[in-house]
Write a protein that binds this ligand. Structure first.
Ligand code: DAH
Length: 363
């Protein structure tokens, strides 16, 4: 038996040593210890030995078998570790590599892009950013804005009420942020408040959820000429042309006096809007001088302070600037639409490099 072991041992150990894959190693294991393996065969031979040799031979064989199995196990562990290291090395991500072009596969929604463009301009003009909640209370959405409970303007707003809480609504406009701002800060105030509004409305230019930017300026000498200058200069910067026509049409809002709606000269061709003076008009925003009652409700003395306010429909600005015909398509979550009208994620609008200048070549 000793002799047979001596012949077999170097053979097997060398094979184990040289195996360089897990499957090659497993083959050797089967050849040695499998059902028809060579060590298994020696085990079977034991039975034929005379009884006095059996014990010693059996012991030798067991030691041999354990040695071989151990060698296989440690080789297996080594091969597995090597395999893992190779995998880790090949899957390493070099974060210092330049961005790959296909990171542009995702697109920025035109509403996000236009929000950024608009806020960039207002920031440049010195406006601070303010925010308020989408679920607003009656005071901030209506009452403090000079819209009492029985006021006809409440019906005009097509409000979504919250179930079980009559004091809470999905805000019908961002104007409540005016009140929240004045309640918390003494003038001079110069803020813009971007956000969502909600109304029961649905057609080519209305969706139940829409985007607005509210503006509020309050100081001791704020006047209508200031309002007009801000809006006209804003339009030129936003539409990236001096050739615009902005019309201030007398209107009515409970929270401003006097009140206006501002329309931009544009024409509708093949369903798309194009900016053009003298063609037609598209309503873009409401504005006016803050009503004295509103100042009072927010804790300011109307004999000392006066202000102007405006509320822009961001989605309409997007339709106009980028020629998008139907507002409802904005919220269809259609990949083909976002690929066509969307913007590249790395093109951030700035005043100096141009707002839409880098925007995926879409200008
Ligand atoms: N909140 C009005 C709306 O959603 C828009 C508006 C009009 C806002 C006049 C104003 C304003 O700040 O002064 O229809």
């Amino acid at each position: 038996m000793q002799q047979k072991i001596n012949e077999l041992k170097p053979l097997l150990l060398q094979g184990i040593e040289q195996a360089n894959t897990l499957s090659a190693l497993d083959e050797i294991r089967v050849q040695a210890l499998g059902k028809n393996g060579r060590i298994t065969a020696l085990m079977k031979d034991l039975g034929a030995l005379p009884i006095e040799e059996k014990k010693a031979a059996g012991q030798l064989l067991n030691v041999f078998k354990t040695d071989v199995a151990g060698a296989i196990e440690s080789k297996k562990a080594a091969l597995e570790a090597a395999e893992l290291n190779a995998k880790l090395a090949s899957e390493t991500v070099d974060v210092t590599l330049p961005v790959r072009p296909d990171t542009n596969a995702g697109h920025i929604h035109p509403v996000s892009q236009v929000m950024e463009e608009m806020l960039t301009i207002f920031a440049q003009m010195g406006f601070d950013l303010a925010e308020g909640p989408d679920i607003e209370d009656d005071w901030h959405n209506f009452e403090a804005l000079n819209i009492p409970k029985d006021h006809a303007a409440r019906q005009m707003q097509a409000t979504f009420f919250m179930d079980g809480d009559l004091d809470k609504v999905l805000r019908t406009h961002t104007s409540g942020v005016q009140i929240r701002t004045m309640e918390n800060k003494k003038p001079p105030i110069k803020i813009v408040a971007p956000g969502r509004g909600y109304r029961r409305d649905y057609d080519m230019t209305h969706t139940p959820m829409f985007h607005q930017i509210e503006g509020l300026v309050v100081d001791t000498h704020t006047n209508l000429a200031n309002l007009k200058t801000v809006l006209v200069e804003f339009m030129k910067l936003f539409f990236e042309t001096d050739d615009i026509a902005l019309r201030f049409r007398p209107s009515y809002f409970p929270f401003t006096e006097p009140s206006y709606e501002a329309d931009l000269g544009c024409e509708r061709k093949n369903g798309e809007f194009k900016i053009k003076s003298g063609a037609g008009w598209m309503e873009l925003l409401g504005c006016g001088m803050v009503h004295p009652n509103v100042l009072k409700n927010a804790g300011l003395d109307p004999d000392v302070y006066q202000g102007f306010a405006f509320g822009c429909g961001v989605d309409r600005f997007a339709m106009l600037k980028y020629g998008i015909p139907d507002l409802r398509s904005f919220f269809d979550a259609d990949m083909r639409w976002i690929k066509h009208y969307g913007f590249l994620p790395n093109d951030v609008p700035t005043i100096t490099s141009g707002l839409s200048f880098n925007a995926g070549g879409k200008k």
